[in-house]
Design a protein around this ligand. Structure first.
Ligand SMILES: Cc1cc2nc3c(=O)[nH]c(=O)nc-3n(C[C@H](O)[C@H](O)[C@H](O)COP(=O)(O)OP(=O)(O)OC[C@H]3O[C@@H](n4cnc5c(N)ncnc54)[C@H](O)[C@@H]3O)c2cc1C
Length: 296
């Protein structure tokens, strides 16, 4: 039996695996190779890796982890997880069944793109979610924001750190008058009407098209598609969930432990702040706390 099975071997999962390898724990990392930021050409804000392609950061991590013989990587899809502390079982879609004393869930979240032509093609590069990740390079330019929920109204004041040219596409949502007034007082241009398509050239956004046929020229659109956990293993395990601004996340305590003893969680699955720095920190700490819990 292994010490820990890590389900999801991207930024959080590999950070956990590094700690487990360095403490000579037997760990298996399962991964399907679909990190959330795989659409982005470059990643920003992770110390030592700023402006690197996400896949390159993960490749470097894999190369370094290869030095730790107690850590095994399996390219595989975990489809079932069950058991209790000291005796967990994880089944893969290949039919292989693995067992370990601890589980670490780091399978992230999946973004569900709206049914809007052009959105998917531009996602990650010119239709983007996060100003901390993408803002610096386009500071001072004209930014668009696609309304998704009342949370969107908090974005323009944040975006003002980078630019004062902001257009909010209400996408057919009614905004309260006082919100409209305070946005307009900030210089935010409001465009009403439903967005019907994103016009682009090979993923380079050129304009946002409205249902009435009009188009607003623009090169960057911020958007926050609905996201859900990338697997339902936390449901079958029965761990407690918590509400968050991005939807339900796995609830963890300060030791990254879920409500089910022996099960840890880290990364976007357990934190609404989607960031490599946050995910690698959480993964490393979850790995350390899982390892410490094995000390007799
Ligand atoms: C377009 C975009 C750009 C971004 N740019 C930046 C940026 O520049 N800087 C920054 O700090 N953050 C950025 N982020 C946020 C960053 O991508 C996430 O915070 C980070 O990927 C979270 O890491 P994670 O390990 O929790 O999840 P992920 O990286 O999503 O990894 C989850 C892993 O689990 C695997 N998996 C899922 N289900 C299973 C299963 N059942 N069995 C086995 N494996 C499974 C997946 O294949 C995946 O490899 C960006 C996000 C997006 C969407």
């Amino acid at each position: 039996m292994d010490d820990v099975i890590v389900i999801g071997g991207s930024f959080a999962g590999l950070a956990a695996a590094l700690q487990l390898g360095r403490t000579r724990r037997k760990a298996i990392v399962l991964d399907t190779g679909l990190p959330r930021n795989r659409f982005a050409a470059h990643s920003h804000g992770l110390l030592g890796h700023d402006n690197r392609p996400p896949a390159e950061i993960l490749e470097l991590a894999h190369a370094q982890l290869a030095q730790y013989p107690s850590v095994r990587f399996v390219h595989g899809h975990a489809v079932r997880a069950s058991g209790a502390i000291d005796d967990f079982t994880v089944a893969l879609d290949s039919g292989e069944v693995l067992s370990a004393r601890r589980l670490l869930l780091s399978y992230g979240r999946t973004d569900h793109f709206p049914d809007m032509p052009g959105f998917a093609e531009c996602w990650g590069n010119t239709v983007v979610p996060c100003p901390y990740c993408h803002g610096y390079e386009i500071a001072g330019e004209h930014w668009g924001l696609l309304y998704h929920s009342p949370m969107s109204l908090h974005m323009p004041p944040l975006y003002n750190h980078w630019t004062d040219k902001i257009t909010l596409f209400t996408d057919g949502h009614e905004l309260p008058d006082d919100d409209r007034q305070s946005l307009q007082a900030r210089g935010v241009q409001l465009v009403d009407g439903k967005v019907s398509a994103i016009r682009h050239d090979g993923g380079k956004l050129s304009s946002v098209v409205l249902e009435d046929g009009s188009a607003i020229e623009l090169h960057t659109l911020f958007a926050h598609p609905r996201s859900t956990p990338s697997s339902d293993l936390h449901e079958t395990l029965g761990v407690t969930m918590a509400a968050s601004p991005v939807g339900e996340i796995v609830e963890v305590n300060e030791r990254f432990q879920t409500s089910l003893p022996g099960v840890y969680a880290a990364g976007d699955l357990a934190n609404p702040m989607s960031s490599l720095a946050v995910a690698t920190h959480a993964g490393a700490m979850a790995g350390i706390f899982a390892q410490q819990s094995l000390i007799v």
